[in-house]
Write a protein that binds this ligand. Sequence first.
Ligand code: MF3
Ligand code: CO
Ligand code: CO
Length: 382
Amino acid sequence: MVTETPKKKCLGEGCENEISTLQCPKCLTLGIKDSYFCSQDCFKKNWNTHKTMHKQETKITYHNPWPTFAYSGPLRPVYPLSPYRQVPASIPRPDYADSGIPNYSSRNRSKIELLDAKGQDAMRKVCRLAREVLDIAAAALRPGITTDEIDEIVHKACIERNSYPSPLNYNHFPKSVCTSVNEVICHGIPDRRVLLDGDIVNLDVTLYHEGYHGDLNETYYVGDRAKADPDSVRVVEAARECLEEAIKLVKPGTLFREFGNVIEAHAKTRNCSVIRTYVGHGINTLFHCPPNIPHYARNKAVGECKPGMTFTIEPMVALGKYRDITWPDNWTSTTSDGKRTAQFEHTLLVTETGVEILTARKADSPGGPVPTPTAGQTNGAK
Ligand code: MF3
Ligand code: CO
Ligand code: CO
């Protein structure tokens, strides 16, 4: 007995022809079988409808990587992460870029560096570039974009500026920017989740350029709905103001422990708490070095501001409790009660008379303060 293999039909719509050996090349690379057409012509004619199946048939299945983890809030990661983004070999790299391990000598662990004029100029330059990159990333924010797409934008903008994206492989961090959504306090890993109208997201950008790091972050409202949500506006604007209040103190002689008192006092006026686990830090040829700058009141930080020091202040402020938990990725820090948080960060230079905000906003920087929404005043939301 002979069984006849049924003749396969051409994929072309309404086409009754037998297939040729011509398969869609895109389908082949995606592993989609049997996408035969009768002719090049028929393939071309049907391309617009045919190509839509490439998206549906893509092998990636988006998923929550830890379905049994006790998340504290509604946010879920969307995996798989995109492939590792390479940095061209021509761009100078920090010591950890290949090993994943920053190499601190014992001298660097204790002493606070005072930068000379040359070091200060290098810090001015990298911080200006970091501001440019943050502003480019922030301008791309809209409902529907994924945090991974933001990562790609940051990664490319760093490379265009002959800079290495400092987060990439720092202590094995897998991406080039931290993207922290809603209840994420800091160190959010860019993934395949789309941002939604109503989200708030912090973008934390750090560049390494000509041997120095520049570090800044801001929290942004996604779409119009977040700007109309009184709690989101309260926590974001509280965090913004806390950083501004702390910066007002920076000048030679100010004790590092004073910043936390001012920050927590201001957060309290907005009925917000201050995160304790993560602190500001010295920054220069090293991403993180002394001093530590706690953001909470009555802290025991030792030391005072001196001309030539460069450090960050980066208060994280929460709507609920200050306690944090970490996701199984060992990076993403969220509030333990799942309520929203916000953060702002600048890299600062202590001058003879006060402070230079090295990562200051420009006249056209995206973001900036929004007024508290009241009943009937929606900040543009429908
Ligand atoms: N930019 C962060 C800070 O403000 C540090 C990020 S470390 C990373 O200190 F590995 F998560 F990128
Ligand atoms: Co930062
Ligand atoms: Co920092």
